[in-house]
Design a protein around this ligand. Structure first.
Ligand code: FCB
Length: 463
């Protein structure tokens, strides 16, 4: 395309959310408990003791929230379905009231001319399934497929685009190795077994959705990390290879290539013999995708050791490496950071898109999450002036636009997030929304970045 300010005519402009982060109403209408309800009840796990209530009370306010989406000129809305609303015990008895909520949401979106993009699993595993072993247990993948079939049968006549799992690395590693996300386990073997069953669940769910006969397109939302060696020396290059293996290829190779990366299996031999892999699993996991969702926030630099590096720039020793080898460290580049402490570097998004386009064999790519947290306030003029967020979006969208020029089949972009919401272990302290939410009054105010994004979505070009 010649005009570097313009996106392709059919480029899809969206925004994303997730059930536990926005819905609230955690005990309404027969919803079961999820691992995040349990985790949030453990003192010290969530900043400020925050829980999934009230969140954005979206469960009761979805009609006006869809009207807001229309004001923002969104062509698509990515939301997730709360498994414990549909199946309070994770399996067995279906809670019709839970399905009805998503049914109404989908119809309201369609009436507003907004495509519904549904994620089946954005981290709120029913607690009953965690009690039965959780993702480290193989049965969970099969229960997930059954849940996918039930939801697919209920909504598949109107929802075309489905994502099975969101960021399986976070579920597996933050939830089972680092323990900073629900269910809060700290066991490397569990993290690897959970990885396998999340990806197996993805494949089984894709097949289940397709078996319902609706015009479904299936993908998943993967958070590829950009991992770059800090220096050109052999040790840093090796550290980056290992980190890339665990963080990226452990997830993308089974899904895109139907195999586990041999070097990673070798590297992890001290932790797991991968005996959870059964015949046919990799074939199921690599069931062809219709599209790949890419979530991106910030790149990561890795060095083999902290030796000789300014200590102020070193963080997170060894967390990507399961403690199985020499400890790597993360090294900051000294760039500006967001309220999450994440460095802003849009070249990372460009790199991720180029690499995944190369690895995914020409299927459509969508940025299914990208955004940033800043400390927003509603000022006396009743507005939220957030130039940093607007700049973040523009810089990343320009990188995405360049990726299109470089031949990446990028078909759309979902800003994270539509609304300020419950940011997991950070509770309500981190605001990612295009729309500001006052949690006490539930008042919504479109931020300046939201107004800017609405104009971009309307015109399809940078002004
Ligand atoms: C991603 C999650 C999403 C949100 C953003 C900031 O890892 O998928 O729910 O928390 O980070």
């Amino acid at each position: 395309m010649n005009d570097s300010n313009a996106f392709p005519d059919d480029f899809l402009w969206g925004a994303a959310t997730a059930s536990f982060q926005i819905e609230g109403a955690t005990t309404a209408d027969g919803r079961g408990r999820s691992i995040w309800d349990t985790f949030a009840d453990v003192p010290g796990k969530i900043l400020g003791g925050d829980t999934g209530d009230p969140a954005d009370d979206h469960y009761h306010r979805y009609t006006s929230d869809v009207a807001l989406m229309r004001d923002l000129n969104l062509g698509a809305y990515r939301f997730s379905i709360a498994w414990p609303r549909v199946l309070p015990e994770g399996r067995g008895k279906v809670n019709q009231a839970g399905i009805d909520f998503y049914d109404r949401l989908v119809d309201t979106l369609l009436e507003a001319g907004i495509q519904p993009w549904a994620t089946l699993y954005h981290w709120d595993l029913p607690q009953a399934l965690e009690d039965a072993g959780g993702w480290p247990a193989r049965d969970t993948a099969h229960h997930f497929a059954e849940y996918a079939r039930i939801v697919g049968e209920a909504l598949g006549d109107r929802v075309t685009n489905w994502m099975t799992v969101n960021e399986p690395w976070c579920s597996a590693f933050l939830g089972h190795l680092e323990g900073v996300h629900a269910p809060g386990r700290r066991d490397a073997g569990d993290a690897l077994a959970a990885t396998h069953h999340l990806l197996l669940g993805h494949g089984l769910a894709a097949q289940a959705l397709r078996s319902t006969g609706g015009p479904v397109r299936v993908g998943l939302a993967h958070n590829q990390a950009v991992i770059r060696p800090h220096g050109p020396n052999a040790e840093d290059v090796r550290a980056a290879r290992r980190a890339d293996g665990v963080r990226n290829r452990l997830f993308t190779d089974p899904v895109l290539k139907g195999r586990y990366p041999a070097d990673v299996v070798r590297d992890l031999a001290g932790i797991s013999d991968f005996s959870f892999v059964r015949e046919g699993d990799l074939e199921t996991m690599s069931t062809p995708l219709d599209f790949l969702g890419v979530n991106f926030y910030s790149p990561e630099f890795v060095a083999a050791s902290a030796d000789g590096i300014d200590p102020a720039r070193v963080s997170g020793a060894g967390d990507v490496w399961l403690g199985a080898g020499p400890e790597e460290v993360h090294v900051s580049q000294g760039l500006p950071v967001t309220h999450m402490g994440w460095e802003v570097d849009p070249t990372g998004l460009y790199d991720v898109l180029l690499r995944l386009a190369g690895e995914s064999g020409g299927i459509d790519l969508y940025v299914t999450e990208n955004g940033c947290a800043f400390e927003d306030t509603v000022t006396a003029d009743g507005r939220v002036h957030d130039p940093d967020r607007r700049d973040y979006y523009e810089a990343h969208l320009r990188a995405a636009r360049e990726a299109v020029d470089a031949g990446v089949p990028l078909r759309g972009y979902f800003a994270w997030s539509l609304l300020d919401n419950f940011e997991w272990a950070w509770g309500y302290s981190r605001r990612f929304g295009l729309v500001h939410v006052d949690y006490a009054t539930q008042e919504r105010v479109v931020k300046d970045s939201g107004l800017w994004y609405a104009e971009l979505a309307r015109t399809g070009r940078f002004s």
